[in-house]
Design a protein around this ligand. Structure first.
Ligand SMILES: Cc1ncc(COP(=O)(O)O)c(C=O)c1O
Length: 437
């Protein structure tokens, strides 16, 4: 029986974000083998989590060795070397001064949840500022400090203030892009969100699920400066765009920021469940037994994290992301010459968004076309997904190990899929069966 049929009868719908009947049996490098045996080039890397690609020998070796010789399965009450070593490594590669610590979890969600709980408990302040469009997680608290349009089923928490994230392609307000958000921040801090009761601002250096939005230069430093002036902690969520993806080790380094706290996830584990928070000891040591889960800091996931970070350094994957990212952007620009539906191409390195529009003048979002392109791409041999407040931005976040030839392979399929979808050759009813987000 096909996996799609078995999945429908076995796996909970509340856990699915599906764009088509996409089912894979195995993976190798930057390719997947679909359930029907087709070879598919992977431009998503499971939303960036499979940072080294599928079956990288360094990860296979590290995880295999760790499983075979596990010094327990938990960091809570028994110290293990892989966790301590990974924490030391993260401290050494992450900018920041003073006495700092590392917290380990399983997902971007629990990392952001822990950040919010810890900063509030340690500072005694109850307000948090985040951004419209941000996806910080799917657990109760991480979700309640998010501003993503797919999460309106759950209300924001009391004490949360959301600012508009600057969108240079679709400015929400008159005037310079980014100024409105800063002006709104100033207004809030001067009125109903007093700095004396505001624990943190949480922001992504590129807002990923909001549509791969790259803020204008100067916006993030201006935000950081306001935080510094008001004694508010600046938290950077690097879960999707961090650890090499943007062609810099940290996405926030594009603007020379030094956040107070940083959350990592997805690519850190290379596909295994692993997240981390790096931040001041005054916050992360403020008391014991405060943010525990049994398997946090387990030696298998931490060994995977070490292998990922070592491989990023040994194989020059930050540089590869920068170089392949340029090729990807150039290739997408060539596609834009032929496809009117491509309204905007943006991002850094291998964190790239392609915004599809009905018309370049009106910039009307082409959500249905985007769904059809993603669906048709799979049929033709390319896996990618879409993001954005209007569900019209193709997200390209391949493994950091991707090659020039593989980028060309994926772009060739995308070219055909854009052609077929734009000329109505994709079965709309088949696409409509998948809700996406
Ligand atoms: C920026 C960002 N933060 C946090 C998360 C949540 O991570 P996870 O799904 O691993 O819990 C995501 C997931 O998409 C994300 O993109």
């Amino acid at each position: 029986m096909p996996l799609v049929t078995r999945d429908a009868a076995a796996i909970a719908a509340i856990e699915k974000l599906r764009f088509g009947p996409f089912a894979a049996r195995s993976g190798n490098g930057r390719h997947l083998v679909a359930d029907d045996g087709r070879r598919v080039i992977d431009f998503s890397a499971s939303w960036g989590a499979a940072s080294l690609g599928h079956g990288h020998p360094a990860l296979v070796e590290a995880v295999g060795r760790a499983v075979a010789t596990m010094p327990g399965a938990s960091l809570l009450s028994l110290i293990n070397e892989p966790a301590v070593a990974l924490a030391e490594k993260l401290l050494s590669i992450t900018p920041g001064g003073g006495d700092r610590r590392v917290w380990f979890g399983h997902s971007g969600s629990d990392a952001n949840e822990t950040v919010v709980r810890a900063v509030e408990a340690a500072t005694g302040k109850r307000r948090v500022i985040a951004f419209v469009g941000a996806y910080h997680g799917g657990t109760a608290l991480s979700m309640s400090v998010s501003g993503h349009t797919a999460q309106t089923h759950s209300p924001p928490r009391a004490g949360l203030f959301l600012l508009p994230y600057p969108d240079p392609y679709r400015p929400h307000f008159p005037g310079a892009v980014g100024e409105a958000a800063l002006a709104q921040l100033d207004y809030l801090l001067a009125t109903v969100c007093p700095p004396s009761d505001t624990a943190a601002v949480i922001v992504e250096a590129i807002q990923a699920d909001g549509g791969l939005l790259v803020p204008p230069p100067g916006f993030l430093p201006a935000l950081a400066e306001r935080c510094r002036l008001h004694g508010i902690l600046l938290v950077c969520d690097e879960v999707k765009v961090g650890l090499g993806r943007t062609g810099l080790l940290h996405a926030f380094q594009a603007e020379s920021l030094t956040p107070d706290l940083i959350s990592f996830g997805k690519g850190l584990g290379g596909g295994l469940p692993l997240s981390a928070v790096v931040g001041p000891a005054a916050i992360l040591d403020h008391r014991t037994a405060f943010a525990m889960q049994t398997l946090c800091g387990n030696p298998v996931s931490c060994s995977a994290g070490r292998a990922v970070l070592d491989t990023i350094a040994a194989e020059g994957l930050v540089e590869n992301a920068a170089a392949r990212g340029l090729e990807l952007a150039n290739g997408l620009r060539r596609l834009a010459d032929r496809h009117e539906a491509i309204g905007d191409i943006r991002g850094r390195g291998l964190a790239v968004g392609v915004e599809l529009v009905e018309n370049r003048e009106s910039r009307a979002p082409a959500g249905s076309l985007c769904q059809a392109v993603v669906y048709r791409s799979w049929e033709l041999g390319l896996l990618l997904f879409y993001v954005g407040a209007r569900s019209n931005v193709l997200e390209i976040t391949p493994a950091l190990t991707i090659t020039t030839a593989e980028i060309e392979e994926g772009l060739a399929v995308l070219d055909l899929a854009l052609q077929d979808a734009s000329s109505g050759r994709v079965d709309a009813a088949a696409v409509a069966a998948y809700a996406g987000w």
